[in-house]
Design a protein. Structure first.
Ligand code: PQQ
Length: 540
Protein backbone atom coordinates (compact mmCIF):
# COMPACT_ATOMS: atom_id res chain seq x y z
CA UNK A 1 0.00 0.00 0.00
CA UNK A 2 1.10 3.59 -0.55
CA UNK A 3 2.67 5.35 2.41
CA UNK A 4 1.17 8.82 2.87
CA UNK A 5 3.68 11.37 4.19
CA UNK A 6 2.94 12.81 7.62
CA UNK A 7 2.49 16.56 7.13
CA UNK A 8 2.08 19.39 9.63
CA UNK A 9 -1.53 19.61 8.49
CA UNK A 10 -2.14 15.96 9.41
CA UNK A 11 -0.35 16.27 12.76
CA UNK A 12 -2.53 19.28 13.56
CA UNK A 13 -5.77 17.62 12.47
CA UNK A 14 -5.75 14.33 14.36
CA UNK A 15 -9.54 14.57 14.73
CA UNK A 16 -9.96 13.65 11.05
CA UNK A 17 -7.11 11.13 10.67
CA UNK A 18 -7.64 7.37 10.71
CA UNK A 19 -4.23 6.70 12.20
CA UNK A 20 -2.43 7.21 15.52
CA UNK A 21 0.36 9.52 14.39
CA UNK A 22 2.03 10.46 17.67
CA UNK A 23 2.55 9.23 21.25
CA UNK A 24 -0.77 10.53 22.65
CA UNK A 25 -2.45 10.71 19.23
CA UNK A 26 -2.77 14.52 19.08
CA UNK A 27 -0.84 17.61 20.15
CA UNK A 28 -3.07 18.13 23.19
CA UNK A 29 -1.96 14.70 24.52
CA UNK A 30 -5.61 13.69 24.93
CA UNK A 31 -5.12 9.98 24.27
CA UNK A 32 -8.60 10.19 22.75
CA UNK A 33 -9.63 8.80 19.35
CA UNK A 34 -12.72 9.96 17.42
CA UNK A 35 -13.63 6.42 16.29
CA UNK A 36 -17.04 4.84 16.98
CA UNK A 37 -16.66 1.53 15.11
CA UNK A 38 -15.99 -0.23 18.39
CA UNK A 39 -18.50 1.11 20.92
CA UNK A 40 -20.36 0.36 24.13
CA UNK A 41 -22.96 -1.69 22.22
CA UNK A 42 -20.57 -4.04 20.38
CA UNK A 43 -17.35 -4.12 22.41
CA UNK A 44 -18.16 -7.60 23.76
CA UNK A 45 -17.47 -8.89 20.24
CA UNK A 46 -13.78 -7.82 20.24
CA UNK A 47 -11.42 -10.62 19.16
CA UNK A 48 -7.67 -10.92 18.78
CA UNK A 49 -6.68 -10.49 15.12
CA UNK A 50 -2.90 -10.73 15.37
CA UNK A 51 -0.06 -10.75 17.89
CA UNK A 52 3.73 -10.54 18.03
CA UNK A 53 6.16 -11.77 20.69
CA UNK A 54 9.22 -9.54 21.07
CA UNK A 55 11.49 -11.92 22.95
CA UNK A 56 12.41 -9.28 25.57
CA UNK A 57 11.61 -9.53 29.27
CA UNK A 58 11.87 -5.83 30.19
CA UNK A 59 8.94 -3.44 30.52
CA UNK A 60 7.08 -2.83 27.24
CA UNK A 61 5.80 0.75 27.28
CA UNK A 62 5.43 1.86 23.64
CA UNK A 63 2.07 2.46 21.99
CA UNK A 64 1.59 1.21 18.43
CA UNK A 65 2.01 4.29 16.18
CA UNK A 66 -0.01 3.92 12.97
CA UNK A 67 0.06 5.78 9.65
CA UNK A 68 -2.43 4.41 7.13
CA UNK A 69 -1.93 0.64 7.21
CA UNK A 70 1.62 0.79 8.62
CA UNK A 71 2.34 0.34 12.33
CA UNK A 72 5.62 1.23 14.04
CA UNK A 73 6.49 -0.07 17.46
CA UNK A 74 9.68 -0.18 19.51
CA UNK A 75 10.92 -2.84 21.89
CA UNK A 76 12.72 -2.05 25.18
CA UNK A 77 16.17 -2.49 23.59
CA UNK A 78 15.64 0.02 20.79
CA UNK A 79 14.45 -2.25 18.04
CA UNK A 80 11.98 -0.52 15.74
CA UNK A 81 9.60 -2.81 13.88
CA UNK A 82 7.16 -1.95 11.09
CA UNK A 83 4.09 -4.11 10.52
CA UNK A 84 1.09 -4.00 8.26
CA UNK A 85 -1.30 -2.63 10.88
CA UNK A 86 -4.35 -4.63 9.79
CA UNK A 87 -2.66 -8.04 9.42
CA UNK A 88 0.53 -8.06 11.48
CA UNK A 89 2.69 -8.88 8.46
CA UNK A 90 6.20 -7.72 9.39
CA UNK A 91 7.57 -5.17 6.90
CA UNK A 92 11.01 -4.52 8.38
CA UNK A 93 12.97 -4.52 11.62
CA UNK A 94 15.77 -2.17 12.70
CA UNK A 95 18.05 -2.91 15.68
CA UNK A 96 19.91 0.07 17.06
CA UNK A 97 23.39 -1.09 18.12
CA UNK A 98 23.53 -1.22 21.92
CA UNK A 99 26.23 -3.90 22.00
CA UNK A 100 28.91 -1.51 23.30
CA UNK A 101 26.67 0.21 25.82
CA UNK A 102 26.45 -0.75 29.48
CA UNK A 103 22.95 0.64 30.07
CA UNK A 104 24.34 1.73 33.43
CA UNK A 105 22.40 4.95 33.71
CA UNK A 106 18.84 3.78 33.11
CA UNK A 107 17.17 4.11 36.49
CA UNK A 108 13.90 2.30 36.21
CA UNK A 109 14.14 -0.61 33.78
CA UNK A 110 15.36 -0.67 30.20
CA UNK A 111 12.40 0.83 28.38
CA UNK A 112 11.34 2.81 25.33
CA UNK A 113 8.08 4.69 24.79
CA UNK A 114 7.84 4.67 21.01
CA UNK A 115 8.30 6.77 17.90
CA UNK A 116 7.30 10.01 16.20
CA UNK A 117 6.53 10.46 12.48
CA UNK A 118 7.17 13.25 9.97
CA UNK A 119 7.26 13.22 6.19
CA UNK A 120 8.26 9.65 5.33
CA UNK A 121 10.48 9.37 8.42
CA UNK A 122 10.16 7.56 11.75
CA UNK A 123 12.12 8.84 14.77
CA UNK A 124 13.32 6.87 17.80
CA UNK A 125 15.32 8.13 20.80
CA UNK A 126 17.73 5.55 22.21
CA UNK A 127 19.23 4.43 25.51
CA UNK A 128 22.67 5.70 24.39
CA UNK A 129 21.24 9.13 23.54
CA UNK A 130 20.91 8.91 19.78
CA UNK A 131 17.97 10.09 17.78
CA UNK A 132 17.65 7.82 14.76
CA UNK A 133 15.58 8.71 11.68
CA UNK A 134 14.48 5.83 9.46
CA UNK A 135 12.57 5.81 6.20
CA UNK A 136 9.05 4.60 7.06
CA UNK A 137 8.39 2.51 3.95
CA UNK A 138 11.80 0.73 3.90
CA UNK A 139 13.43 1.02 7.35
CA UNK A 140 16.64 2.49 5.87
CA UNK A 141 18.56 4.83 8.19
CA UNK A 142 18.20 8.46 7.04
CA UNK A 143 20.31 10.06 9.80
CA UNK A 144 21.56 9.43 13.34
CA UNK A 145 22.63 12.00 15.87
CA UNK A 146 24.09 11.39 19.34
CA UNK A 147 23.10 14.10 21.83
CA UNK A 148 25.13 13.03 24.87
CA UNK A 149 27.69 10.29 25.61
CA UNK A 150 26.36 6.90 26.74
CA UNK A 151 26.61 5.54 30.29
CA UNK A 152 27.63 8.92 31.76
CA UNK A 153 24.42 9.67 33.63
CA UNK A 154 21.92 10.08 30.84
CA UNK A 155 19.75 7.96 28.58
CA UNK A 156 16.64 8.48 26.46
CA UNK A 157 13.45 6.52 26.96
CA UNK A 158 10.80 8.90 25.65
CA UNK A 159 8.91 9.08 22.37
CA UNK A 160 10.00 12.17 20.40
CA UNK A 161 7.52 14.90 19.47
CA UNK A 162 7.58 16.59 16.05
CA UNK A 163 6.48 20.22 15.86
CA UNK A 164 6.79 22.17 12.61
CA UNK A 165 9.66 20.13 11.23
CA UNK A 166 11.55 19.84 14.51
CA UNK A 167 12.10 16.54 16.32
CA UNK A 168 11.98 17.38 20.02
CA UNK A 169 13.39 15.11 22.74
CA UNK A 170 14.58 15.28 26.34
CA UNK A 171 16.95 13.33 28.55
CA UNK A 172 16.52 10.86 31.38
CA UNK A 173 19.13 11.03 34.14
CA UNK A 174 17.53 12.59 37.22
CA UNK A 175 18.84 9.79 39.43
CA UNK A 176 22.43 10.36 38.27
CA UNK A 177 22.77 14.10 38.79
CA UNK A 178 22.81 14.79 35.05
CA UNK A 179 21.78 18.33 34.07
CA UNK A 180 18.71 17.77 31.93
CA UNK A 181 17.87 19.39 28.64
CA UNK A 182 15.25 19.49 25.94
CA UNK A 183 16.48 19.83 22.37
CA UNK A 184 15.06 20.26 18.88
CA UNK A 185 16.63 18.66 15.80
CA UNK A 186 15.92 19.41 12.17
CA UNK A 187 13.63 16.57 11.05
CA UNK A 188 15.32 16.37 7.64
CA UNK A 189 18.98 16.43 8.72
CA UNK A 190 19.21 15.80 12.46
CA UNK A 191 21.05 19.08 12.95
CA UNK A 192 20.52 20.61 16.42
CA UNK A 193 18.35 23.74 16.14
CA UNK A 194 18.12 24.61 19.82
CA UNK A 195 18.99 23.15 23.22
CA UNK A 196 17.30 24.36 26.40
CA UNK A 197 18.70 23.22 29.76
CA UNK A 198 15.99 22.47 32.32
CA UNK A 199 18.31 23.74 35.07
CA UNK A 200 19.31 27.39 34.55
CA UNK A 201 22.90 28.57 34.90
CA UNK A 202 23.51 31.10 37.73
CA UNK A 203 23.12 34.15 35.44
CA UNK A 204 19.86 32.94 33.84
CA UNK A 205 16.28 33.43 35.11
CA UNK A 206 15.77 30.91 37.92
CA UNK A 207 19.52 30.52 38.46
CA UNK A 208 19.30 32.00 41.96
CA UNK A 209 17.04 29.16 43.13
CA UNK A 210 20.14 26.92 43.47
CA UNK A 211 23.09 27.06 45.85
CA UNK A 212 26.44 27.88 44.25
CA UNK A 213 27.52 25.35 41.61
CA UNK A 214 24.65 22.94 42.29
CA UNK A 215 23.01 23.49 38.91
CA UNK A 216 25.71 21.38 37.24
CA UNK A 217 24.42 18.23 38.94
CA UNK A 218 20.87 19.45 39.42
CA UNK A 219 18.98 16.69 37.59
CA UNK A 220 15.79 17.84 35.90
CA UNK A 221 15.40 15.05 33.36
CA UNK A 222 12.79 15.54 30.68
CA UNK A 223 11.98 11.92 30.12
CA UNK A 224 8.40 12.03 28.90
CA UNK A 225 6.89 13.51 25.75
CA UNK A 226 5.61 17.09 25.77
CA UNK A 227 2.51 18.75 24.39
CA UNK A 228 2.02 21.48 21.78
CA UNK A 229 -0.66 24.20 21.77
CA UNK A 230 -1.32 25.16 18.14
CA UNK A 231 -3.42 28.22 19.23
CA UNK A 232 -0.70 29.96 21.21
CA UNK A 233 2.26 28.25 19.48
CA UNK A 234 3.56 26.99 22.82
CA UNK A 235 5.41 23.82 23.67
CA UNK A 236 4.85 22.35 27.15
CA UNK A 237 7.30 19.93 28.74
CA UNK A 238 7.43 18.35 32.19
CA UNK A 239 10.74 18.45 34.09
CA UNK A 240 11.96 15.74 36.46
CA UNK A 241 13.31 15.64 40.00
CA UNK A 242 16.28 17.60 41.33
CA UNK A 243 19.59 15.93 42.11
CA UNK A 244 20.50 14.70 44.62
CA UNK A 245 17.19 13.56 46.08
CA UNK A 246 18.10 14.88 49.53
CA UNK A 247 16.97 18.51 49.55
CA UNK A 248 19.01 19.65 52.56
CA UNK A 249 21.97 19.64 50.13
CA UNK A 250 20.33 22.21 47.80
CA UNK A 251 18.15 24.78 49.58
CA UNK A 252 15.86 26.80 47.27
CA UNK A 253 13.05 26.12 44.82
CA UNK A 254 15.50 24.48 42.37
CA UNK A 255 13.87 25.61 39.14
CA UNK A 256 12.76 24.15 36.80
CA UNK A 257 12.69 20.76 38.53
CA UNK A 258 9.25 19.24 39.18
CA UNK A 259 7.73 21.87 36.91
CA UNK A 260 5.95 22.20 33.62
CA UNK A 261 7.73 24.71 31.40
CA UNK A 262 6.06 26.58 28.53
CA UNK A 263 8.46 27.18 25.64
CA UNK A 264 8.62 28.85 22.27
CA UNK A 265 9.00 25.87 19.89
CA UNK A 266 11.06 27.96 17.45
CA UNK A 267 13.80 28.74 19.98
CA UNK A 268 13.24 26.68 23.14
CA UNK A 269 13.02 29.93 25.14
CA UNK A 270 11.02 29.51 28.35
CA UNK A 271 7.87 31.68 28.54
CA UNK A 272 6.70 30.65 32.03
CA UNK A 273 6.73 27.71 34.41
CA UNK A 274 4.57 26.20 37.10
CA UNK A 275 6.29 24.16 39.79
CA UNK A 276 4.27 21.23 41.19
CA UNK A 277 6.66 20.41 44.07
CA UNK A 278 9.08 23.14 45.23
CA UNK A 279 12.42 21.93 46.62
CA UNK A 280 11.40 18.30 46.04
CA UNK A 281 13.04 15.79 48.38
CA UNK A 282 10.72 12.85 47.57
CA UNK A 283 11.57 12.19 43.87
CA UNK A 284 8.13 13.27 42.66
CA UNK A 285 9.34 14.62 39.30
CA UNK A 286 7.11 16.93 37.25
CA UNK A 287 7.30 14.93 34.06
CA UNK A 288 3.80 13.47 33.94
CA UNK A 289 1.85 14.42 30.85
CA UNK A 290 0.24 17.82 30.46
CA UNK A 291 -3.10 17.52 28.67
CA UNK A 292 -4.55 20.63 27.05
CA UNK A 293 -8.28 20.89 27.59
CA UNK A 294 -10.83 23.67 27.97
CA UNK A 295 -12.69 23.63 31.28
CA UNK A 296 -15.29 25.61 33.20
CA UNK A 297 -14.33 25.84 36.85
CA UNK A 298 -16.72 27.50 39.29
CA UNK A 299 -18.50 29.25 36.43
CA UNK A 300 -15.39 30.58 34.67
CA UNK A 301 -14.08 29.22 31.34
CA UNK A 302 -10.36 28.45 31.17
CA UNK A 303 -7.94 27.21 28.53
CA UNK A 304 -6.40 24.68 30.88
CA UNK A 305 -3.51 22.26 31.08
CA UNK A 306 -4.13 19.32 33.43
CA UNK A 307 -1.67 16.93 35.01
CA UNK A 308 -1.95 14.15 37.59
CA UNK A 309 1.33 14.66 39.44
CA UNK A 310 3.41 11.98 41.15
CA UNK A 311 2.90 14.04 44.33
CA UNK A 312 -0.77 12.93 44.46
CA UNK A 313 -2.42 16.20 43.35
CA UNK A 314 -4.39 16.70 40.16
CA UNK A 315 -3.54 20.16 38.79
CA UNK A 316 -5.44 22.40 36.38
CA UNK A 317 -3.27 25.31 35.23
CA UNK A 318 -4.14 28.18 32.91
CA UNK A 319 -2.12 27.29 29.81
CA UNK A 320 -1.90 30.91 28.68
CA UNK A 321 -0.32 32.45 31.80
CA UNK A 322 0.69 29.47 33.94
CA UNK A 323 -1.52 30.37 36.93
CA UNK A 324 -3.07 27.63 39.05
CA UNK A 325 -6.82 27.14 38.49
CA UNK A 326 -7.25 24.32 41.00
CA UNK A 327 -5.39 21.42 42.59
CA UNK A 328 -7.25 18.46 44.10
CA UNK A 329 -5.91 15.30 45.72
CA UNK A 330 -6.41 12.14 43.66
CA UNK A 331 -4.35 9.93 46.01
CA UNK A 332 -3.24 10.21 49.63
CA UNK A 333 -0.91 13.20 49.54
CA UNK A 334 0.92 14.51 52.60
CA UNK A 335 4.30 15.82 51.38
CA UNK A 336 2.58 18.64 49.49
CA UNK A 337 0.16 19.69 52.19
CA UNK A 338 -1.70 22.61 50.61
CA UNK A 339 -1.45 25.78 48.51
CA UNK A 340 -0.76 29.44 49.19
CA UNK A 341 -1.25 32.10 46.49
CA UNK A 342 -1.41 29.33 43.89
CA UNK A 343 1.91 27.82 44.94
CA UNK A 344 2.24 24.39 46.56
CA UNK A 345 3.25 24.28 50.23
CA UNK A 346 5.30 21.32 51.46
CA UNK A 347 5.19 19.96 55.01
CA UNK A 348 8.53 20.67 56.74
CA UNK A 349 7.91 17.79 59.18
CA UNK A 350 7.84 15.34 56.26
CA UNK A 351 11.23 16.33 54.87
CA UNK A 352 13.86 13.68 55.62
CA UNK A 353 17.36 14.53 56.86
CA UNK A 354 20.40 12.34 57.54
CA UNK A 355 19.17 12.15 61.14
CA UNK A 356 15.45 11.86 60.51
CA UNK A 357 13.36 9.19 58.84
CA UNK A 358 9.86 10.25 57.84
CA UNK A 359 6.72 8.49 56.66
CA UNK A 360 4.90 10.25 53.84
CA UNK A 361 2.58 9.76 50.88
CA UNK A 362 2.64 9.03 48.05
CA UNK A 363 5.86 7.03 47.68
CA UNK A 364 8.41 8.30 45.17
CA UNK A 365 6.73 6.04 42.59
CA UNK A 366 3.84 8.47 42.74
CA UNK A 367 0.08 8.54 42.98
CA UNK A 368 0.56 8.12 39.25
CA UNK A 369 3.81 7.47 37.42
CA UNK A 370 4.51 7.90 33.66
CA UNK A 371 1.44 5.91 32.51
CA UNK A 372 -0.44 8.53 30.50
CA UNK A 373 -3.91 9.74 31.44
CA UNK A 374 -6.54 10.31 28.77
CA UNK A 375 -8.95 13.24 28.70
CA UNK A 376 -12.23 12.53 26.89
CA UNK A 377 -13.89 15.61 25.34
CA UNK A 378 -17.28 13.84 25.40
CA UNK A 379 -17.38 12.98 29.11
CA UNK A 380 -15.04 15.80 30.18
CA UNK A 381 -13.30 13.29 32.38
CA UNK A 382 -9.62 12.58 32.88
CA UNK A 383 -8.88 8.87 33.28
CA UNK A 384 -6.06 8.36 35.73
CA UNK A 385 -4.14 5.11 36.34
CA UNK A 386 -3.46 5.37 40.05
CA UNK A 387 -1.11 3.69 42.52
CA UNK A 388 -1.72 3.74 46.28
CA UNK A 389 1.59 3.64 48.15
CA UNK A 390 3.42 5.59 50.84
CA UNK A 391 7.05 5.38 51.95
CA UNK A 392 9.55 5.75 54.70
CA UNK A 393 12.49 7.87 53.59
CA UNK A 394 15.70 9.03 55.28
CA UNK A 395 18.71 11.11 54.29
CA UNK A 396 22.16 9.59 53.68
CA UNK A 397 25.56 10.94 52.77
CA UNK A 398 26.32 11.14 49.08
CA UNK A 399 29.00 12.52 46.77
CA UNK A 400 28.60 13.16 43.07
CA UNK A 401 30.39 10.79 40.72
CA UNK A 402 29.58 10.94 37.00
CA UNK A 403 27.47 7.98 35.91
CA UNK A 404 26.65 6.74 39.42
CA UNK A 405 23.36 7.18 41.29
CA UNK A 406 23.14 10.53 43.11
CA UNK A 407 20.36 10.15 45.64
CA UNK A 408 21.44 10.76 49.24
CA UNK A 409 18.37 8.97 50.55
CA UNK A 410 17.27 5.50 51.52
CA UNK A 411 13.63 4.52 51.27
CA UNK A 412 11.02 1.79 51.43
CA UNK A 413 7.71 1.68 49.58
CA UNK A 414 4.81 0.47 51.74
CA UNK A 415 1.04 0.20 51.44
CA UNK A 416 -1.09 3.32 51.85
CA UNK A 417 -2.78 2.74 55.23
CA UNK A 418 -5.71 4.90 54.09
CA UNK A 419 -6.37 2.73 51.06
CA UNK A 420 -7.09 -0.89 51.89
CA UNK A 421 -8.69 -1.89 48.54
CA UNK A 422 -5.37 -2.69 46.88
CA UNK A 423 -2.28 -1.22 45.23
CA UNK A 424 -4.07 0.45 42.33
CA UNK A 425 -7.18 1.88 40.74
CA UNK A 426 -8.48 3.48 37.58
CA UNK A 427 -10.23 6.71 38.38
CA UNK A 428 -12.24 9.16 36.36
CA UNK A 429 -11.87 12.80 37.38
CA UNK A 430 -14.29 15.47 36.17
CA UNK A 431 -11.89 18.06 34.70
CA UNK A 432 -14.40 20.88 35.36
CA UNK A 433 -14.25 20.27 39.11
CA UNK A 434 -11.21 18.11 39.82
CA UNK A 435 -13.49 15.73 41.71
CA UNK A 436 -13.64 11.96 41.25
CA UNK A 437 -16.50 10.81 38.96
CA UNK A 438 -15.93 7.06 39.35
CA UNK A 439 -13.28 4.61 40.45
CA UNK A 440 -12.40 1.02 39.62
CA UNK A 441 -10.37 -0.49 42.47
CA UNK A 442 -7.60 -3.00 41.73
CA UNK A 443 -5.71 -5.33 44.07
CA UNK A 444 -2.70 -4.99 41.77
CA UNK A 445 -1.04 -1.70 40.88
CA UNK A 446 -2.54 -0.18 37.68
CA UNK A 447 0.46 0.76 35.50
CA UNK A 448 -0.96 1.02 31.98
CA UNK A 449 -1.86 4.09 29.94
CA UNK A 450 -5.40 5.18 29.12
CA UNK A 451 -7.22 5.38 25.77
CA UNK A 452 -10.70 6.92 25.45
CA UNK A 453 -12.78 6.79 22.26
CA UNK A 454 -15.85 8.35 20.67
CA UNK A 455 -17.45 4.91 21.01
CA UNK A 456 -17.94 5.73 24.70
CA UNK A 457 -15.12 3.40 25.75
CA UNK A 458 -12.04 3.60 27.93
CA UNK A 459 -9.29 1.03 27.26
CA UNK A 460 -6.36 0.15 29.53
CA UNK A 461 -4.26 -2.91 30.35
CA UNK A 462 -4.13 -4.59 33.75
CA UNK A 463 -1.17 -5.95 35.68
CA UNK A 464 -2.77 -9.39 35.61
CA UNK A 465 -2.71 -9.38 31.80
CA UNK A 466 -6.03 -8.28 30.34
CA UNK A 467 -7.05 -5.40 28.12
CA UNK A 468 -10.07 -3.78 29.79
CA UNK A 469 -12.86 -1.83 28.09
CA UNK A 470 -14.78 0.34 30.54
CA UNK A 471 -17.89 2.39 29.92
CA UNK A 472 -16.20 5.80 29.90
CA UNK A 473 -19.18 7.46 31.59
CA UNK A 474 -19.76 5.04 34.44
CA UNK A 475 -16.63 2.91 34.83
CA UNK A 476 -18.61 -0.28 34.30
CA UNK A 477 -16.38 -3.05 32.89
CA UNK A 478 -17.93 -3.94 29.52
CA UNK A 479 -15.26 -6.35 28.23
CA UNK A 480 -11.94 -7.88 29.20
CA UNK A 481 -9.63 -9.60 26.75
CA UNK A 482 -8.61 -13.24 27.11
CA UNK A 483 -5.53 -13.75 29.30
CA UNK A 484 -2.42 -12.17 27.80
CA UNK A 485 0.96 -13.83 28.47
CA UNK A 486 2.25 -11.02 30.73
CA UNK A 487 0.97 -8.12 32.76
CA UNK A 488 0.53 -4.87 30.87
CA UNK A 489 2.22 -1.53 31.44
CA UNK A 490 1.53 -0.67 27.81
CA UNK A 491 -0.14 2.33 26.26
CA UNK A 492 -3.11 1.23 24.13
CA UNK A 493 -3.78 2.92 20.78
CA UNK A 494 -6.45 2.56 18.09
CA UNK A 495 -6.68 3.12 14.33
CA UNK A 496 -8.96 2.50 11.35
CA UNK A 497 -8.00 0.68 8.13
CA UNK A 498 -10.59 0.24 5.35
CA UNK A 499 -13.37 1.29 7.71
CA UNK A 500 -12.43 -1.26 10.37
CA UNK A 501 -11.26 -0.13 13.84
CA UNK A 502 -8.39 -1.88 15.64
CA UNK A 503 -7.04 -1.58 19.21
CA UNK A 504 -3.46 -2.54 20.04
CA UNK A 505 -1.57 -2.88 23.33
CA UNK A 506 1.65 -4.38 24.64
CA UNK A 507 1.72 -6.89 27.45
CA UNK A 508 5.20 -6.96 29.02
CA UNK A 509 5.38 -6.35 32.76
CA UNK A 510 8.29 -4.26 34.05
CA UNK A 511 9.19 -0.61 34.56
CA UNK A 512 9.84 0.88 37.98
CA UNK A 513 7.16 -0.95 40.00
CA UNK A 514 8.76 -4.43 40.18
CA UNK A 515 12.28 -2.98 40.67
CA UNK A 516 11.66 -0.24 43.22
CA UNK A 517 8.25 -1.22 44.61
CA UNK A 518 9.40 -2.38 48.08
CA UNK A 519 6.52 -4.12 49.89
CA UNK A 520 4.37 -3.82 46.77
CA UNK A 521 6.95 -5.61 44.61
CA UNK A 522 7.27 -8.33 47.26
CA UNK A 523 3.50 -8.90 47.44
CA UNK A 524 3.16 -12.41 45.97
CA UNK A 525 0.43 -11.31 43.57
CA UNK A 526 2.80 -8.69 42.13
CA UNK A 527 6.00 -10.77 42.35
CA UNK A 528 4.33 -13.59 40.39
CA UNK A 529 3.29 -11.50 37.38
CA UNK A 530 4.91 -13.22 34.37
CA UNK A 531 7.21 -11.14 32.13
CA UNK A 532 7.74 -11.22 28.35
CA UNK A 533 6.85 -8.69 25.65
CA UNK A 534 3.80 -9.52 23.56
CA UNK A 535 1.89 -7.16 21.28
CA UNK A 536 -1.84 -7.84 20.86
CA UNK A 537 -4.19 -6.36 18.27
CA UNK A 538 -7.97 -6.69 18.59
CA UNK A 539 -10.90 -5.91 16.30
CA UNK A 540 -14.54 -6.86 15.81
O1 PQQ B 1 14.57 11.23 36.52
C1 PQQ B 1 14.70 10.55 35.51
O2 PQQ B 1 15.50 10.82 34.60
C2 PQQ B 1 13.81 9.36 35.35
C3 PQQ B 1 13.75 8.62 34.16
C4 PQQ B 1 12.85 7.53 34.06
C5 PQQ B 1 12.84 6.85 32.73
O3 PQQ B 1 13.51 7.37 31.81
O4 PQQ B 1 12.22 5.81 32.51
C6 PQQ B 1 12.02 7.23 35.20
C7 PQQ B 1 12.17 8.04 36.35
N1 PQQ B 1 13.04 9.06 36.41
C8 PQQ B 1 11.38 7.85 37.53
O5 PQQ B 1 11.54 8.59 38.51
C9 PQQ B 1 10.42 6.81 37.57
O6 PQQ B 1 9.71 6.62 38.57
C10 PQQ B 1 10.28 5.99 36.41
C11 PQQ B 1 9.43 4.92 36.17
C12 PQQ B 1 9.72 4.47 34.92
C13 PQQ B 1 9.13 3.34 34.21
O7 PQQ B 1 9.44 3.18 33.03
O8 PQQ B 1 8.33 2.58 34.82
N2 PQQ B 1 10.71 5.23 34.39
C14 PQQ B 1 11.06 6.19 35.28
Amino acid sequence: ADYAPVTDARLGAAATDNGWLMYRRDYTSSGYAPFEGINTANVTGLKQVWDYKTGFDQGHEAPPIVNGDTMFITTPKNELIAFQASTGKQLWKYQHDLSKVGLKTVCCDVVNRGVALYGNDVYMATLDNYVVALDGPTGKVVWKQQLAPSDKGTAMTLAPLVVKGKVIVGLSGGEYGARGFITALDAKTGKTLWKQYTIPAPNEPGGKTWPKGAYKTGGGGAWLTGTYDTDTDTLFWGVGNPGPWLATLRPGDNLYTDSVIAMNPATGKIKWHYQYTPNDTWDYDGTNETVLTDITYEGTAHKALVSASRNGWFYAIDRVDGKLIYAKKFATATSVSGFKDGKPVTDPALRPTVDKEVFTCPSFLGGKNWWPISVDPQTHMAYVPTMHTCMTIKGATVAYKAGLPFLGETFKVVADPAHKEGWGSVQAIDVNTGEQAWTHPSKLPWNSGMLSTAGGLLFSGSADGHLYAFDAKTGKVLWTSPQMTSGSIGVPSTWVVDGKQYVGIYAGWGGATPIWGGDMAKDEAVANIPVGGHLYVFSL
